[in-house]
Design a binder for this molecule. Structure first.
Ligand code: SAM
Length: 347
């Protein structure tokens, strides 16, 4: 197995059959080895610095009904909220004071958050914080809308493709949603000039090794600047409530595969990984991740943005817990970086 890992580090690609062997035959020792290789590559590109992004969950209203997601339209058991523009700016102000230089506005596809309203919010953040990066993660929009947000000052956009395989996409989403449309959005975002992020949930219901190989090859072609890889975790009020979580091991394996294939990519140790295992964030970093996204949302709304059971939003997962995060990172030899942390293509 080590020969595939060495080849991956050197050539940044593997043939499907080689990937299949790695994905199906990865034991504890192989995992340790690939995690170490990926950590070395991340250290070479970013040093021991971890970029922080302030996550602002702007709305839990959503027109979509993704089977896995706790804020899906069909969940009657959550209290819906939408942050006002003032409240979003207040989050940015608090975040800026704590040292954040990237704000991530994430939310459901909330029809009340019109393109105009998003554009205005972006423009105000841009005006108040000219030195900060603005990342959006607001789902599928028209190309024209993405262009408007970009012109208003947004720099980055996160849109996980979730799965490249069409029939798997159908298993995860109702018929009115389209995997093709999502891929078109990603092509538009890249073309407009956003630093673009995509990714998958690891262990989502119905996911096979063949699907993962398709995802790896799609990401290899797209060459996104950011790659979001976290475990699927069930939410009690969704059709997938009874499905098991993705595993820590497979998530760490994929984080390392992506780090070896995309040495300069910005790859977070996700909240989902930190929710799945108490040391998930650290293990993600030791497997090649170089970003964490503490929660900057108003505390009273955080519980309502419950994508999956027991989603972490306090302690080191929160903006007010930066000291705790710093300590956790120091303990494994890393430090928080308060730089903006844009994508840089290091050879
Ligand atoms: N609506 C936007 C979108 O679709 O990209 C952004 C919000 S969406 C809730 C953000 C991400 O949460 C999704 O891309 C999905 O991968 C992740 N997510 C949703 N439900 C999840 C679950 N049960 N387990 C793990 N991740 C989940």
């Amino acid at each position: 197995m080590k020969q595939w890992i060495d080849k991956l580090r050197q050539e940044r690609t593997l043939r499907p059959e080689e990937l299949r062997q790695l994905l199906t035959g990865c034991d504890a020792e192989t995992l340790r080895y690939i995690n170490k290789q990926a950590q070395e590559v991340a250290l070479r590109h970013f040093g021991n610095k971890i970029y922080i992004r302030g996550l602002i969950e702007v709305s839990n209203c959503c027109r979509n009904n993704c089977y896995y997601c706790g804020i899906r339209k069909g969940n009657p058991n959550i209290e819906r909220y939408r942050l006002s523009q003032e409240s979003i700016l207040d989050c940015c102000r608090q975040g800026y004071e704590s040292g954040f230089r990237t704000f991530v506005l994430q939310g459901g596809e909330d029809t009340a958050l019109t393109d105009e309203r998003i554009e205005m919010t972006v423009a105000r953040i841009r005006q108040n914080y000219p030195d900060c990066a603005i990342t959006l993660s607001l789902g599928e929009k028209s190309r024209e809308a993405y262009e408007r947000f970009f012109r208003a000052g947004a720099n980055r956009y996160l849109l996980r493709h979730e799965t490249y395989n069409e029939s798997h996409y159908r298993q995860l989403h109702p018929a009115e949603m389209s995997g093709k449309q999502r891929l078109q959005c990603l092509a538009d975002l890249k073309d407009i000039g956003y630093q673009t992020g995509t990714g998958i949930m690891v262990g989502s219901p119905g996911q096979t090794v063949e699907h993962i190989i398709e995802d790896i090859r799609f990401i290899e072609k797209l060459r996104p600047e950011m790659i979001g890889i976290g475990p699927f975790l069930p939410h009690h009020d969704t059709p997938f409530a009874q499905y098991p979580s993705g595993t820590v091991e497979r998530t760490l394996l994929l984080l390392s595969i992506f780090r070896l294939m995309h040495p300069s990519a910005l790859i977070p140790a996700t909240t989902a990984l930190a929710t799945l295992a108490p040391d998930g964030r650290e293990r993600g970093i030791l497997a090649g991740a170089n970003v964490v996204m503490p929660n900057l949302s108003p505390r009273e709304e955080r519980k309502k943005y419950e994508l999956y059971n027991d989603k972490a939003s306090l302690g080191a997962e929160s903006a007010e817990g930066l000291d705790a995060l710093q300590k956790q990172l120091n303990a494994i030899g890393y430090e928080i970086s308060t730089e903006r942390g844009d994508f840089k293509c290091n050879p």
